[in-house]
Design a binder for this molecule. Sequence first.
Ligand SMILES: C[S@@+](CC[C@H](N)C(=O)[O-])C[C@H]1O[C@@H](n2cnc3c(N)ncnc32)[C@H](O)[C@@H]1O
Ligand SMILES: [Zn+2]
Length: 169
Amino acid sequence: MGLIVRSSHLHGAGVYTLAPITKGTHVLEYTGPRISHKQCEGLYSNSEVTYLFTMDDEQTFIDGFGMAAFVNHSCDPNCETDQFGDQIWIIAIRDIAAGEELLYDYHLWDAEPEDLAPCYCGAKTCRGTMYSTEEIERQKKLLHRRALRKKARKLAEKKSGKRKKRPTR
Ligand SMILES: C[S@@+](CC[C@H](N)C(=O)[O-])C[C@H]1O[C@@H](n2cnc3c(N)ncnc32)[C@H](O)[C@@H]1O
Ligand SMILES: [Zn+2]
């Protein structure tokens, strides 16, 4: 098909096509060892990048090893991923011209709000992060709940402090 890995203006290395690709083409399989949730823990914690891909059961992960692991994220992508049995494929969702970078939406999920996962795709519709819209909502709610708990804790501390300050007879 004529794909190459080279430097990307979005991040590090990316995958580019040297020839036009027709909409619907299965472009690349996301290959690599299958690992469990437990095996994922800490695997990329000291790294800015992650090559983990979550499979449909949300219990199995592919530790990307191969060209597909270099495909970057975009909020306005030209590809999507789909699972067929045990395989994940990157599929063109529109005709792609020779020279274009292959991109799919990572829809990242299940992270701590402190981990911002900023997106540099530059699309008009960029979410500013590689998280899915559902994950952005989940994190907003989580932060709101944390803020409420903090406020309640401070109030409780203030009340107990006042009690301590009362003069004893
Ligand atoms: C599967 S790797 C993709 C290949 C990566 N560019 C490299 O050089 O190794 C995924 C990582 O690339 C980075 N990345 C991919 N797309 C990005 C984007 N649109 N904005 C910012 N970082 C991106 C993130 O650090 C992410 O964890
Ligand atoms: Zn974006």
